[in-house]
Ligand binder design. Structure first.
Ligand code: FES
Ligand SMILES: [Fe+2]
Length: 395
């Protein structure tokens, strides 16, 4: 997928000796605490992967999780490790309210993680308050459902008093796909990528791979490569490719132009930490938007999830199916590319980022570095962009 859906690069003006994090170890050798940003919402799994009363184990940022859905359909997320002796709770039973550990049968409230029962205690041990059952907690995470996905907030690691800590609430709601009308359609795609979250994200925002990776007769060929120019501006914790009329060389835009007034089509693309790429296309009263995330699973494994919402194309039969086909093809091309790239990365090659095509990738590393510094020092956020910038490249 083309992060910056379009545009071009000049021939390299600068060659960077390493991936623009001068003090950091090579990209593939980063440790999880510099590679993955804690203190944010992440997509854990698609809503339809989880029925009422079910639980499933998963992993986010190398944290083992058990995600479930209570008897009312409300999702929850617990650390997949019993605070007693570490048994994965996902092997236990869930009655729709409480999760029961399969080892000694301790029970935990699914939403708060609070311990509700320790079966081995005899009556006077409970009465004598030798052990206060309700002071014990399984690790629990804020959990919300948005746009067909279950999101989990992964907090900054705290010096743990493990087993006795109630989860802190998230300081903001989970991100949402931008929407501009009451009625709309929603569809999603998901794919596992065998690379670190950084490679997943910079692959997503890389404008120069389009003509080579995303060739298809109905989209574009290598010969359609041409010079492009786009304006960018800083936004809080991210950057925006300013609203522009989309590139003329792709078939879907040509189609869209037929149905809406051509001069009214604009595209805006934002990237915001930790991993959110949103794109909004507006054509008069019609709109199409998407929120793509690249989620760290482990240090060398991530997952891309694309959720799209739209109120257009309803007059074209099978449009959603067609759209899903196009997106799926793009995502598969990216996935396959990253799979092959991971073979090369195994051997720790020297890497470089060039201007202007890799500038968004440099901004990403700049944003991330600024975020890590802010978390460490508690100081202000040093945004890598100080004002609007125009980038030029060929693609
Ligand atoms: S390990 Fe879970 S109850 Fe003992
Ligand atoms: Fe791509």
């Amino acid at each position: 997928m083309n992060f910056l859906t379009a545009k071009s690069c000049q021939l390299p003006a600068f060659w960077y000796p390493a991936l623009s994090m001068p003090d950091a170890p090579p990209l593939q050798q980063q440790t999880p605490d510099t590679l993955m940003l804690f203190g944010f919402w992440y997509r854990a799994m698609a809503s339809d992967a989880l029925k009422r009363g079910q639980m499933r184990s998963t992993m986010l940022l190398e944290q083992p999780l058990v995600v479930g859905r209570d008897q009312h359909g409300k999702p929850f997320a617990l650390r997949d490790a019993c605070p007693h002796r570490g048994m994965p709770l996902s092997y236990g039973q869930f009655d729709g309210h409480n999760v029961e550990c399969p080892y000694h049968g301790w029970k935990f409230d699914a939403h708060s993680g609070q311990c509700t029962l320790i079966p081995s205690l005899v009556a006077d041990q409970i009465a004598g308050q030798k052990i206060k059952v309700d002071r014990i907690y399984a690790g629990s995470y804020p959990c919300e459902e948005r746009d067909d996905f279950i999101w989990v907030f992964i907090p900054d690691p705290v010096p743990s008093s493990a087993g006795f800590t109630k989860a802190a609430p998230a300081h903001e709601p989970a991100p949402e796909v931008p929407k501009f009308s009451e009625r709309y359609k929603l569809a999603y795609l998901t794919a596992d990528l065998p690379c670190s979250v950084d490679h997943g994200i910079i692959g997503l925002m890389d404008p120069a791979h389009g003509p080579f990776v995303h060739q298809a007769w109905w989209w574009r060929s290598q010969h359609s490569i041409h010079e492009k120019q786009k304006n960018f501006e800083p936004i809080p914790y991210g950057f925006r490719m300013s609203a522009h009329t989309p590139s003329s060389n792709s078939a879907p835009y040509k189609l869209l132009r037929l149905y809406a007034k051509a001069d009214s089509i604009t595209t805006t693309i934002d990237f915001v930490l930790p991993n959110l790429r949103s794109e909004v296309i507006r054509a008069g009263k019609y709109w199409f938007s998407s929120l793509t995330t690249v989620t760290p699973i482990t240090r060398n494994q991530c997952r891309i999830d694309v959720v799209a919402a739209w109120n257009l194309f309803h007059w074209i039969p099978l449009a959603p199916a067609l759209l899903k086909f196009v997106f799926a093809k793009f995502v598969e091309q990216d996935r396959r590319t990253m799979e092959i790239q991971s073979e090369g990365l195994k051997h720790n090659p020297h890497l470089m980022l060039i201007d202007d095509a890799d500038r968004p990738a440099k901004w990403y590393f700049g944003l991330k570095k600024a975020m890590l510094e802010t978390k460490k020092s508690g100081g202000g956020f040093q945004h890598p962009l100080t004002g609007p910038v125009t980038l030029r490249w060929r693609s």
